[in-house]
Design a protein around this ligand. Sequence first.
Ligand code: KIV
Length: 269
Amino acid sequence: MSPSDTNRVTPDTLLAMKKAGEKIVSLTAYDAAFACLLEAAGVEILLVGDSLGMVLQGHDSTRPVSLEHMIYHAACVARASQRALRVVDMPWHSYDSPEIALASARRLVEEGGAQLVKLEGGGAVLEQVRRLSAAGIGVCGHLGLLPQSVESPDGYRVQGRDPEDAAAIRADALALQEAGASLLVLECVPAALGAEVSRALRIPVIGIGAGVDCDGQVLVLHDLLGVSPGRRPRFVQDFLAGRGSVEEAIRAYVRDVKDGRFPGPEQSY
Ligand code: KIV
């Protein structure tokens, strides 16, 4: 164990933060330079998201991202990261069955340095989550808007608005926790549902467009810096606008999440 290992953020650190009511800060990272910068600014979770397919590769969805791409970017982040927890997305079709999921996740851990792997969905992936957990691989669930299931640009819509959908999201969240997930990302749901799911779960819930009462927040780094191509979703704030440097923008985001100022009502549903 190197001296820095003792300060590492682990799933237990995040559980303790949730219990203490301290907000958890996460951002996407796809390379070494930003991994360093984000850690220095106090970001606790580096998410190597398959959003890289859109912001780095120029695709109009996350579906073209391959396991090789994810391993490449996860390893870039891992080489630079000393402290934050590294969560790496499992790309589309890399977890179609429990066997495929286990083989893919092992590569993300062994070659990409992932500490948790993230997969999208509820009931359809519970067996995969059980299999990964049983093999000692940490899992982060992802509910609400599921980017890998979006088939056209107008599919990026708020989820869980009607009571039946909200109940399904609540039930899936509990089922993922029981299957062994140690973290949950909840995307693009009404703030009231974000609050309810966060209260109901033992594990931390990290919101993106899910309101200020989630246990933590995540954004796509390029959205926070205002450099993402295309339409900006309501839940995004450009933290670079009016600030002098990228570092200042990231520090402002960390501060605003910690203080419960981000997201405000104008970034919530
Ligand atoms: O791929 C990604 O960046 C994500 C976030 C949107 C949560 O999954």
